[in-house]
Design a protein around this ligand. Structure first.
Ligand code: NCD
Length: 317
């Protein structure tokens, strides 16, 4: 698209490119001072038509920690979309101001529509119930850091597997690594969509679907909890009936392996009791920090900030 590199789905990067991105993220974590001026003079626009705490702040912090600056809006009501402006027009305008844009939108495919008309790289920061690629980069980097590898484990994904965009992007990404077995834990109403199960069948990736978390906990190397996505339900009654279907607490966790890590994209509602937070297996807050480093690495990559630019001061602006 336009000769620019965008990020719509984690599959926009090859497995090798992801490795390089993760190596860069770890390098940034180990030596943040070396990256303090990499994006001097650059501007990130965050166009968020849907609520967000960590994704938007993580992007903004990433750019600020690289020496760049940030513009944007945090909800649709403060943008011209309330006047009827299309996403295509908004991105053409934003392209005149900023060097890179992170966009979140309630409609599936919105970031893709924006990328087609954009003069700057666009990052999909979540499009409806579809994809959330930078959360997946965060999840993959966290898993790689905890286990030293992205292959050969059994991962349980629990909660709202129907509307949860983070699980869709994560599963699509993990199938590219070897020896991964999925256990999908959800009530029948929130099971993994057909198109995802068809994809797994086609690739002959092993997966099971279960309703009870307790039964499969001892088998898991990794547990990925998610909240029930209230905003994507058609009626409140269904949400209320399903919202507390899973609650992981200390007592339940006693059935899990000593080395099973718990991830969650956050925000958490009731699905993980706060008494789990102090357990050494709870990795969801460290996960947030990996998200910052990987977004720093991503911004550099999409702006084509090679090591040469860093070392020789050859910034394009
Ligand atoms: C996720 C999202 O927006 O999809 N949040 C996030 O960006 N970390 C998960 C969620 O909202 O449940």
């Amino acid at each position: 698209m336009n000769g620019l590199r965008h990020l719509m789905t984690p599959m926009d990067f090859t497995v090798d490119e992801l490795e390089r991105l993760f190596d860069k993220a770890i390098d940034i974590r180990n030596d943040p001072a070396a990256y303090r001026h990499v994006c001097d003079g650059r501007i990130l626009a965050t166009c968020f038509y849907e609520p967000s705490t960590r994704t938007r702040l993580s992007f903004e912090t990433a750019m600020l920690r690289l020496g760049g600056q940030v513009i944007g809006f945090a909800d649709a009501s403060s943008s011209s979309s309330v006047k009827g402006e299309s996403v295509s027009d908004t991105i053409r305008v934003v392209s005149c101001f900023a060097d890179i844009c992170a966009m979140r939108h309630p409609k599936e495919g919105a970031a893709m529509v924006a990328a087609a008309k954009s003069g700057i790289p666009v990052i999909n920061a979540g499009d409806g119930g579809h994809e959330h690629p930078t959360q997946t980069l965060t999840d993959l980097l966290t898993i790689r850091s905890l286990y030293g590898s992205l292959s050969g484990f059994t991962i349980g994904l629990c909660g709202d597997l129907k509307f949860g965009r983070t699980v869709h992007s994560l599963v699509k990404s993990l199938v590219r690594y070897s020896g991964i077995r999925f256990i999908f834990i959800s009530p029948p109403e929130l099971r993994m969509p057909d198109y995802m199960r068809d994809m797994l069948d086609l690739k002959m990736i092993p997966y099971e679907e279960v309703i009870r978390l307790d039964d499969c906990l001892p088998d898991l190397d990794l547990l990925y909890m998610t909240r029930v996505q209230r905003e994507r339900f058609f009626n409140e009654e269904d949400y209320v009936r399903l919202k507390d279907f899973y609650i992981l607490d200390r007592e339940k966790l006693s059935r899990a392996r000593e080395n099973m890590h718990i991830l969650h994209p956050l925000p958490r509602v009731n699905e993980i009791s706060v008494d789990v937070d102090d357990d050494p297996r709870a990795a969801y807050f460290p996960q947030v920090q990996y998200g910052l480093f990987v977004r720093m690495a991503l911004i550099m990559t999409l702006l084509d900030m090679t090591d040469d630019h860093m070392n020789k001061g050859l910034l394009k602006w």
